[in-house]
Structures are given as C-alpha cells and as structure tokens.
Write a protein that binds this ligand. Sequence first.
Ligand SMILES: [Ca+2]
Ligand SMILES: [Ca+2]
Length: 169
Amino acid sequence: MSMVIYAEPDMNKKVKFDRGEMEEMIVDIYVSADTLRDEPHCQEGWRFFDSSLYFLSTEKKIWESRQDCLERVADLVMINSREEQTFLFNLHMRAWIGLTDSVTDGTWKWVDDTSLTTGYWGTGQPDNGRLFSWQEDCVEIYTRQDDLVKTWNDDICGTNHNWICEKGM
Ligand SMILES: [Ca+2]
Ligand SMILES: [Ca+2]
C-alpha cells in the first residue's frame, strides 16, 4: 500500500491525485499512527524530549525509587544540558533526580557513575542539611524557585518524593 510521491522541481505545477489514491494515502496514515502507538516507547506515562523518554511518577518514594526506574529499563534522570533542565523545570514537579553524594560526601555522582560538571543548585544548596543534624545525600529538583537554573536541593535520601526516570531512545 505504500507509495512514493515525487516532488516536481517546478513548484507551479500542481500534483494531482485521483480519489482512489487519496483514500489509499489516508488509510496509510492511519495505519502508521496505529503502529507508532503500539511501539513500547510510546507507552502511557512516558514523555519524549530530545532523544530521551521520561517517566513521571504519580507516587512518592524514597530516593531508592531508583529501583522503580531500573525495573522500567531506565534510571533516575540525569540532567546533562540546560535544555534538559529547562524541560524538567517546565514540568513543575518536585522529584528525585539521579544525583547523589552518598559514596563520598561532597562528591556528586550521577547514577551512571559520572561526576557532576554543571549543577543547577538552588540558592544556598547543596547545604547537607546545614541547619539540622542530618545528612542530605540525594538530590531533588523542586519548583519553588522562579529561576529555572536554580532548582536543585540535596535532601535526606529517606524522604518521600515523586521521581523521574529517563531512558535513551
Ligand atoms: Ca539526561
Ligand atoms: Ca539541602
């Protein structure tokens, strides 16, 4: 049923299809849409941005919600660019991201074990819970700030938050 449409270099020349051809093309478009919908990467709950898929939880869990991501063949989100940070900021979620210094205090590592290069910390963060006596080793993105490049906070890993998983396409 597939067909090839050749574009004429002469833009003034109108391309004509008869009714049968048009109907066939319309069927083709619907079939393609169905095929796309059935692809695993278009499953419900995932959002697409710049060659990654993101799962936004509706539940809240401790940072080890990471397990949920691993079960989805993904991992907690790693924020690798300002564009990605902007995308996540615009979701207006407060959620765990895949960054922690639980191995060596003060050394921030992404879940794939790469070191943090550019962080989008909130003002005064990370503070390791400075005002209190606990350790804050896990990072959340939060939405109270207006400045989209100042939205991370280190928090206690045992706190319950939503979480965001990411997987590459
Ligand atoms: Ca990423
Ligand atoms: Ca903090």
